[in-house]
Structure formats: structure tokens, C-alpha cells
Design a binder for this molecule. Structure first.
Ligand code: ZN
Length: 323
């Protein structure tokens, strides 16, 4: 069956952050309105920053939130109250706060939005870059005690990272992206963050950002457990598909091609971002140019894509069933 639905290319929303920088311009060729851009919300229908459609022309300028509700056929016919996923590129020019996110039940009850499970693909990392990933406390009491005594070094688990690493960050995981790291983040469409520690930093007005110690105690998993990645790779023609994980919310892959490669897609719709290189994508008889940082959605019903060029892409697909 030939499907006429074309991929939906999106314009990102750029977000300023106190820990942001200019690598989205120097490494990704985006035009930045300031030198403190921390996040590009590349595929987003979140009310705090909605991506808008660039093409096809007939939908140009429409927000992804509106498009999702108005054209459910592109998403399999049935849609949720809110678009389920959010794809970001983050440039950490400084350390991000040490934080944790709630699960759906806690998030809905306390913040009026779903929880947040996320995962990261490390696009680039300066020499010596580190992340916080987990903690050493066996119990909630021990965690609380170490916070009160400010024993941060002892409490947080730090690990070195390099380009190409992948991290699964389920809700309840203590985490922080460290200085010098650029990542692509795939996450549930939620903006609820509980900060545990912010290095006692102040903004230009001398204010510290809020901490959320009680909420963090409520939602953190004790003891920490390192998630196990699926980590399955298979070669196709001049490239490969690397399947990192599938959880209740999403599946995530890297598609890498150096030449030509056809990918046959499982049923669903896909969120895709070009993280390296340039090339072309062919779907049925149509061809699309792909460049660094391009983000698009492959509509439900897309069965096969053919990639040509020197390209690395991160693709994700929502796993929640809409009923
Ligand atoms: Zn986070």
C-alpha cells in the first residue's frame, strides 16, 4: 500500500538556561538568539515550547500540538490528550542541577502532568566530562541525612562519558548532565523536574534556583540500580541500526549510514533527528534532503525509508497504547 502522508519537518524551540552555551550554533549550525542556549526542543508539543511545522507547505507554521489533535491519521488514528514524547538537544556549557523526575502517578497528583522517564545519547563530550548517574544511599533516611550534612561528593555517583554513550534514565533516577556534554534526549512529554542540588549557584540577580528536597525524597528510587540496556546492533547494507532500549513509553534507535541503507519500519510513527552528517531520505517516489539538526516525524503508515549519505540519526517511537 502506498501512503501519501509526507514526513513532518519541524522548527525547534530554543530555550535559554543558566548552564547553556553556543554549541548548538558552533556544532549544529543553528542560528542562536543568545550565547546561553541550553536546549533545543526539536520535536515538542509541550506548552512550554511548541515546535512548528516547516514542511509540507500545506501545514507550514502550525504547532505540533495543534497538528497532532487535528490530523490523528498521521499518528495511527487515535491520539492522546497530549503528544506523548519530546526530543531535545542539550548543550551543557556548565553542570546541570542534580535532579530527579516523578513517575506518572506522582506527577499527575502533584504537578498535573505525567511523570518523566528519559534517555540520553551523547553526541559530543569534552575530555574529562562526567555525569551524575545514581546515588549511594541505601535508604530514604540515609539519603536525607547526606543532604542535610551536604555530603554531595559521597552521595552522588559520578561516571565519565564519551561521545556515542547511551544512558537510560527511568523516573526515580538521580541524574545530572555535566559540563562539556552535548546530548540528544528522548523523554516523556513532561517538564517536571525536582532539583536536589544546584551547586549553590546564583543567577544574574543573585537568586538561587528552587530546590525540591521533599519531592525528591518522595520519588527517588532506593537503592539506586543501574538500568540494563538492550544494546542490540545489526548491520544493514552500508550501515547499521542500533536498538538501545524499549520501555513502557518509547523505543530508541540509532540509524547510521555511510553509503546507502533501507530501513523497514514497524507499525507506528517515528521521531527522528539528524545528529551527524548530511544526505538524503527517499520514501516511495519522494526525496528529502537531510542536514545536521533536521528533525522530523515519519507518519504512521510509513513502511520503508531509504537513506543515502553520511548520516547519523536518532529515532524513537512511542510505545503507549491509546485506548
Ligand atoms: Zn532530567
Amino acid at each position: 500500500m502506498v501512503d501519501n502522508k509526507e514526513p513532518i519537518f519541524l522548527k525547534p524551540v530554543l530555550q535559554e538556561k543558566i548552564w547553556g552555551g553556543n554549541k548548538l550554533e558552533t556544532e549544529f549550525g543553528m542560528l542562536l538568539p543568545s550565547q546561553k542556549i541550553g536546549e533545543s526542543w526539536s520535536i515538542s508539543a509541550h506548552p512550554n515550547g511548541v515546535s512548528t511545522i516547516i514542511s509540507p507547505k500545506m501545514f507550514e507554521g502550525m504547532g505540533l500540538d495543534t497538528f497532532y489533535q487535528t490530523y490523528p491519521d498521521y499518528f495511527g488514528g487515535k491520539v492522546e490528550e497530549r503528544f506523548p514524547l519530546l526530543t531535545k538537544i542539550l548543550d551543557a556549557s556548565d553542570d546541570l542541577s542534580v535532579q530527579v523526575h516523578p513517575d506518572d502517578i506522582y506527577g499527575l497528583e502533584h504537578e498535573g502532568e505525567l511523570g518523566k522517564t528519559e534517555c540520553w545519547y551523547v553526541i559530543s563530550a569534552e575530555e574529562g566530562s562526567k555525569i551524575v548517574y545514581g546515588h549511594t544511599a541505601q535508604t530514604q533516611e540515609e539519603f536525607k541525612e547526606k543532604i542535610e550534612k551536604q555530603e554531595w561528593k559521597d552521595l552522588f555517583l559520578e561516571i565519565p562519558v564519551q561521545a556515542g554513550d547511551f544512558f537510560d534514565v527511568p523516573h526515580g533516577t538521580i541524574h545530572a548532565i555535566g559540563k562539556g556534554i552535548v546530548i540528544l534526549e528522548t523523554q516523556q512529554n513532561s517538564d517536571t523536574t525536582y532539583r536536589v542540588y544546584d551547586y549553590d549557584r546564583v543567577d544574574e540577580q543573585g537568586h538561587q534556583r528552587d530546590l525540591h528536597i521533599q519531592q525528591s525524597l518522595d520519588v527517588t528510587r532506593f537503592p539506586h540500580q543501574h538500568p540494563v540496556l538492550k544494546d542490540a546492533r545489526h548491520d544493514i547494507e552500508d550501515g547499521y541500526v542500533h536498538h538501545y532500549l524499549s520501555n513502557d513509553y518509547f523505543s530508541v534507535w540509532k540509524w547510521q549510514v555511510d553509503g546507502q541503507m533501507s530501513i523497514f519500519l514497524d507499525e507506528g510513527y517515528y521521531l527522528v533527528t539528524v545528529i551527524k552528517g548530511a544526505g538524503k531520505m527517499r520514501i516511495d517516489e519522494r526525496e528529502y534532503k537531510l542536514s545536521l539538526s533536521h528533525s522530523f516525524i515519519l507518519p504512521f503508515g510509513t513502511q520503508e525509508i531509504r537513506l543515502t549519505g553520511d548520516l547519523e540519526l536518532i529515532a524513537s517511537k512511542p510505545n503507549r497504547q491509546v485506548d
